[in-house]
Design a protein around this ligand. Structure first.
Ligand code: SAH
Length: 206
């Protein structure tokens, strides 16, 4: 696969997360958007698993439902697919079990209203509840698009937050294509270490 397809279609994220999920996993798409990540998660964890997907915009829900139905996944008929019109700050109100994987795609809905964007405050609140819901060994992917007004601020706030986090029980990968594009998306993959690995880390060993 061409490098730009790996980055732009977020395939690299899917390759990295794929090893953490299987039929039966519990997964969350924190920003449904046009539903591509929700579809990927449904394909990987159903029928035994559970997919939660969140967005604040009606257009995102509509696009996602259309895409899912086209691929024979119907949230109206399956209690294992929950497409929720609410902010990802409110995970706690909906998610009742430990989660294997969360996926975030920050920015605005492609092809939609460019003034509705993810915001640093709600993104960080949401990440805090995601970290407590995440299983040991689980992963969170965050793809940051920041070329729009407000995007750089969100990127900065997120970087500050991740820097603090990296000193705790998390391993963080960052990837981008710095030389090819203007404001290329930045990919973060965060893994929650097993408790025993954390102890080793604090003792200074790897
Ligand atoms: N820019 C990316 C897609 C980002 S989609 C790309 O080009 O592929 C981001 C989605 O997050 C939008 O559909 C938007 O409605 C949604 N969103 C914004 N704030 C949110 C929040 N607080 N909770 C859940 N979704 C939110």
């Amino acid at each position: 696969m061409a490098l730009s397809a790996l980055i732009h279609n977020t395939n690299i994220t899917k390759i990295l997360l794929d090893q953490k999920i299987q039929n039966g996993s519990v997964v969350v798409d924190a920003t449904m958007g046009n539903g591509k990540d929700t579809l990927f998660l449904c394909q990987r964890v159903l029928p035994k698993g559970k997919v939660y997907a969140f967005d604040i915009q009606e257009a995102a829900l509509k696009n996602t439902l259309k895409l899912l139905k086209k691929h024979h996944f119907d949230p109206d008929k399956s209690s294992n697919i929950l497409c929720i019109k609410d902010s990802h700050e409110n995970f706690d109100q909906y998610i009742t079990e430990p989660v294997d994987v969360f996926m975030y795609n920050l920015g605005y809905l492609p092809g939609g209203d460019q003034s509705i964007i993810t915001s640093p405050e709600t993104t960080i609140k949401s990440l805090n509840s995601a970290f407590s819901l995440l299983k040991e060994g689980g992963m969170i992917s965050i793809i940051v698009y920041y070329g729009h007004p407000g995007g750089s601020k969100e990127k900065q706030e997120l970087e500050k937050f991740l820097q603090v986090l990296s000193n705790q029980r998390y391993k963080i990968f960052q990837g981008t294509m710095p030389y090819n594009d203007h404001c290329p998306p930045i990919i973060y993959i965060i893994e929650k270490l097993q408790r025993k690995e954390t102890i080793k880390l604090f003792k200074g060993g790897f």
